[in-house]
Ligand binder design. Structure first.
Ligand SMILES: CC(C)(COP(=O)(O)OP(=O)(O)OC[C@H]1O[C@@H](n2cnc3c(N)ncnc32)[C@H](O)[C@@H]1OP(=O)(O)O)[C@@H](O)C(=O)NCCC(=O)NCCS
Length: 188
C-alpha cells in the first residue's frame, strides 16, 4: 500500500471517530457505547479517575503508590478504557518471559455489563500472547461477575491460594487461580 493510501486510511479513522463523538454529544441515542470506547496506555494524569473507580469497586483498594509503581515498571502494561475522554475502566497485566499475570481489571460501576471488561481483557490477552505462553490471575471465589467474565473467555481453574486476600473483620479469603493456555489458543 502506498504512503498516501495509508495516510488517507488513518485520516478516515480520525474523521470517523470525531464524527461519532459529535453525534454522541448532540444525539446521544444514535451512537452505541461500544463505538465510543477507546483503549490507550495509562498515564500518571489518569490516576485520580483510576483511584476513584478502584475505591468504588473494592473493599481493599490499591493505593496511589501501587499504581505509580506499576506505571514505572517495565514489566507491567497499564491501560485505560475511555469514553468521550472519561476514564471508565483500566487493566494491568504483568509480563515476564513465558508467563503473564492479570493484576487488576476494573470498570466503573456506572458502565458495568456493557462490554468494557471484555474489551480490557481481550487487550491483555493480545499483549500477553506476544511474550507469554500462559496468562494467570487470582480471583475471589465470591466474585461471580469476574469469574464468569474469565470463564467465558476460556480461563480454567488450576488451583486455590489459601487465605490470599484480606477480608472483613481481619479475616482472609482464598483466591481461585485461573489460567488461559495461549499456546493451544493461538500458537498450535
Ligand atoms: C469483573 C468486571 C471487570 C467485568 O466488567 P464488565 O464491563 O461489567 O464486563 P462485560 O460487560 O464486558 O461482561 C463480559 C462478561 O462477563 C460476565 N459478567 C460481567 N459482569 C457480570 C455480572 N454482574 N453478572 C454475571 N456475569 C457478568 C458475563 O459473562 C459477560 O458476558 P455477557 O454480557 O455476554 O453476559 C467488573 O464487574 C468489575 O470491574 N468488577 C469489580 C472489579 C473486579 O472485581 N475485578 C476483577 C478482579 S479479579
Amino acid at each position: 500500500m502506498s504512503l498516501w493510501k495509508i495516510i488517507d486510511k488513518v485520516k478516515g479513522f480520525i474523521v470517523y471517530d470525531s464524527d461519532k463523538e459529535f453525534y454522541a454529544k448532540v444525539f446521544p441515542e444514535s451512537i452505541e457505547r461500544k463505538d465510543l470506547m477507546r483503549l490507550r496506555k495509562m498515564r500518571i494524569e489518569d490516576l485520580s479517575a483510576v483511584l476513584e473507580i478502584e475505591s468504588k469497586n473494592y473493599n481493599f483498594p490499591w493505593s496511589d503508590g501501587i499504581f505509580r509503581d506499576c506505571l514505572k515498571s517495565l514489566n507491567y502494561s497499564c491501560w485505560v478504557c475511555e469514553e468521550l475522554n472519561n476514564v471508565i475502566g483500566y487493566s494491568i497485566v504483568s509480563m515476564a518471559v513465558g508467563e503473564a499475570h492479570i493484576m487488576n481489571i476494573c470498570v466503573d460501576p456506572a458502565v458495568q455489563k456493557q462490554g468494557v471488561g471484555n474489551k480490557l481483557l481481550e487487550n491483555m490477552i493480545e499483549l500477553a500472547n506476544k511474550k507469554a505462553d500462559t496468562i494467570f490471575l487470582e480471583v475471589r471465589p465470591s466474585n461471580r461477575a469476574a469469574i464468569l467474565l474469565y470463564e467465558k473467555r476460556g480461563f480454567n481453574e488450576i488451583g486455590v491460594r489459601k487465605g490470599y486476600y484480606p477480608a472483613v473483620k481481619g479475616q482472609r479469603e482464598d483466591a481461585v487461580i485461573l489460567a488461559l493456555d495461549l499456546v493451544s489458543l493461538f500458537k498450535e
